[in-house]
Design a protein around this ligand. Structure first.
Ligand code: ADE
Length: 420
């Protein structure tokens, strides 16, 4: 494979225009890029990145490049690539990129292999596919690797499982742990972009619909609140009593999936787990149900079970909508092949939240290069001072001022003697 594999280089100019558009909403990353241009903290560091190939990711790549990194980029999902962005990365920014929207699984892993052939010093993952492939099949690369970063909840869960088994061979910074990441990207980013993806795929009216959100983590909370904002009656399903209780007190109906399956019009999984919507749920769903996923992997909806209870292949009734006809004559619509709908049929999270997520990525990469020698082979959170600094700069860029503690208040907070 040459040093890129993309759909169509001629789309580069359109990609560049959209990358510039996103950059305007990424002031924190812009500031980091300006400093990286001067200080070159990543000079000569080979980075293999496996991320969703979007306009926001392109701006992260430009930032790492400004810092002196030698980068290659591969897609972190077969259906999330923006082909015009991939074209711009290759043709304009000279960043080797392996990503084609709609690529099959074989091509997806070929692309991962190509990105690893770069012999990285650092990995940058969204879902831990690079780290997992290195540990399973490419252990010879471990000699050069000093560390990695991980973007998402699912990836961090996989890495912590590796670490618990004492299998992790280099330190990884869990970007998802940063408050400036998960409180904003997972909640407001997933909330808005998932609704956007479902609407772009179907043009459905949310007002008055029963909208079932499965999982009440940060992504689920964001999605439930945004769907309610559009007038849907939101039902939450959960397995964790604490989260279920929060959902109840946030004003949502909470019930088991089997009950929700009977009344839902629109379903979206955001759990990170497998077969959350399964055969017995499909068996009771209403005719015309829309079923989507916004979790990282396409395992949350048991599509093979739906196929087995359907007549023939599904019909592609609109882009990103596969309509299955069950043997009892109901139509059930699977959106985006069960892959993350916010990136399959929409553009992923808006740039202004990815600004903070990717500021964390850039600063975590710099931190890793500076501190790798002292770090153990473990999963680390983003240092709190980096997290706080990102929040400070983001507010500044938004033109929002806040109060500071007076000396008297600092003293009060640090004393234990004073009561009523
Ligand atoms: N994950 C979710 N939205 C994204 C985006 N716009 N770019 C990169 N990764 C994402």
């Amino acid at each position: 494979m040459s040093n890129y594999d993309i759909k169509d280089k001629s789309q580069a100019e359109g990609g560049r225009r959209r990358i510039d558009w996103a950059e305007r909403e990424m002031p924190v990353l812009r500031m980091i890029k300006e400093r990286f241009e001067k200080e070159k903290p990543l000079q000569g560091v080979r980075v293999s990145a496996c991320l969703h190939v979007t306009t926001e990711t392109a701006n992260l790549m430009k930032t790492l490049q400004a810092g002196g990194a030698d980068i290659v980029l591969t897609a972190s999902n077969p259906l999330s690539t923006q082909d015009d962005v991939a074209a711009a990365l290759v043709n304009i920014y000279e960043i080797p990129t392996y990503a084609i929207k709609g690529e099959d699984n074989v091509t997806y892993y070929k692309h991962i292999t190509a990105a690893l052939d770069h012999k990285p010093h650092m990995t940058m993952d969204d879902g831990a596919d690079l780290v997992s492939t290195i540990h399973k099949d490419r252990r010879e690369l471990l000699t050069d690797i000093v560390g990695g970063t991980e973007e998402t909840t699912t990836g961090v869960i996989r890495l912590r499982a590796m670490s618990a088994d004492n299998m992790l061979a280099f330190p990884v910074i869990a970007v998802n742990d940063a408050l400036t990441k998960h409180l904003f990207d997972n909640r407001y980013g997933t909330g808005q972009s998932t609704v956007d993806g479902i609407i772009r795929a179907t043009n459905v009216l949310l007002a008055g619909k029963n909208f079932v959100v499965s999982g009440y983590g940060w992504c689920g909370r964001g999605l439930a609140s945004r769907a309610r904002g559009m007038g849907a009656q939101v039902i939450v399903t959960e397995v964790d009593p604490m989260k279920a209780l929060e959902a109840v007190m946030d004003g949502f109906q909470v019930m088991p999936m089997l009950d929700a399956a009977k009344i839902g019009d629109i379903f979206c999984t955001v759990t990170g787990d497998i077969n959350v919507i399964d055969e017995h749920h499909f068996a009771v769903m209403k005719d015309g149900a829309l079923v989507a996923n916004s979790g990282h992997f396409n395992v949350e909806i048991n599509i093979p079970s739906l196929r087995a209870m359907s007549i023939g292949d599904p019909n592609l009734v609109r882009p990103f909508v596969d309509q299955y006809t069950t043997k009892d004559g109901r139509k059930i619509n699977i959106l985006g092949e069960g892959r993350l709908i916010n990136l399959a049929s929409a553009e992923g999270h808006p740039a202004s939240v990815m600004d903070m997520s990717f500021a964390n990525q850039a600063l975590a990469a710099e931190y890793m290069v500076k501190n790798a020698k002292t770090l153990e082979k473990k999963v680390y959170s983003v240092p709190t001072d980096i997290d706080n600094e990102i929040a400070r700069i983001k507010l500044l860029a938004m033109g929002i001022k806040i109060d500071t503690l007076t000396e008297e208040q600092v003293k009060y907070l640090n004393s234990w003697q004073e009561g009523t």
